[in-house]
Design a protein around this ligand. Sequence first.
Ligand code: PBG
Length: 339
Amino acid sequence: MSDSDQIDQQSRPRRNRRTAAIRSMVRETRLDVGQLIYPMFLHADPDNVPIDSMPGQTRWSLPGLIAEVQRVASLGIDKIVLFPKIDESLKSPIGEECANEDGLIPEAIRRIKDACPDTCIVTDVALDPYNSDGHDGIVSEEGIILNDETVMALAAQAICQARAGADIVAPSDMMDGRVGVLRDALDVSGFEHVSIMSYTAKYASAFYGPFRGALDSAPKKTGSKPIPGDKKTYQMDSANVREALRELELDEGEGADIVMVKPAGAYLDVIKAIRDETNLPVAAYQVSGEYLMIKSASAAGWLDEQAVVLETLTGIRRAGADIILTYFAPQVAEWLNGN
Ligand code: PBG
């Protein structure tokens, strides 16, 4: 190249991209295994069953769950969140099985704590796995999702989980006032050390479809009662971001320890807005539909799974999430550990 071909410019951003060593030095956002939470499914059956709607995910038996928790702990994944598939015979319109001390979740918590005491157990607080109507709250005869009655049931559920040994309870139900009631209920029962990770901005999203398939927990009509076919009277409208800040203000005031945005990928601006507004740790949930899109496109050979997963998670971190719930957690740990 002759001298005359050179543009006269001092600033050349490409110098900072020239080698892998330089790129790693100037990288602004990092992914760390310690920031990942692995959502896991379980049931009371004796077999581990692959989940059709979420290839690569399993509905674990209790022994299978313990073995998997141990395996992922060896990869550095020491935080999990549990989602139960409850037998139809145990479901009811008020979902009282959610507070059964001998139920599937308390039993799983005790066994995990026994086998893997250092693993941090997050539990889902919501009625949908236990509710024969398939809603996160109790549905009235008129088809209304009852707020305050539901919150009382959630408090009993959270205490039951805390008593079994849960480290963090995570209300995913979106009822008004539940964080404050859970905090009070936990405190008066001697569980002031148990944290609340609130689903602060949980949107009524079509990306939850595969999850509801995994747990058979979609809203459904069984009797004569009218049952809303969606969750739009409690989960948020996907068009809204100021409303997320309103939810944040409430959750902070009610004592949430961690605030969450869900889903993640289509809501990066919400993560950023919440990040800018709070000093609490912010979590984001890369949900089942986000998982399935990447899984199916990579299974077809259309996307490079590892590269796309790491790029999406980095994007979620860059938007401002400190913590990410992702079904890819064990795989990411293997990739980051260089396996
Ligand atoms: C329900 C709950 C849902 C998810 C987590 N908790 C589904 C819903 O709100 O209908 C979705 C998670 C996912 O899609 O990965 N309390």
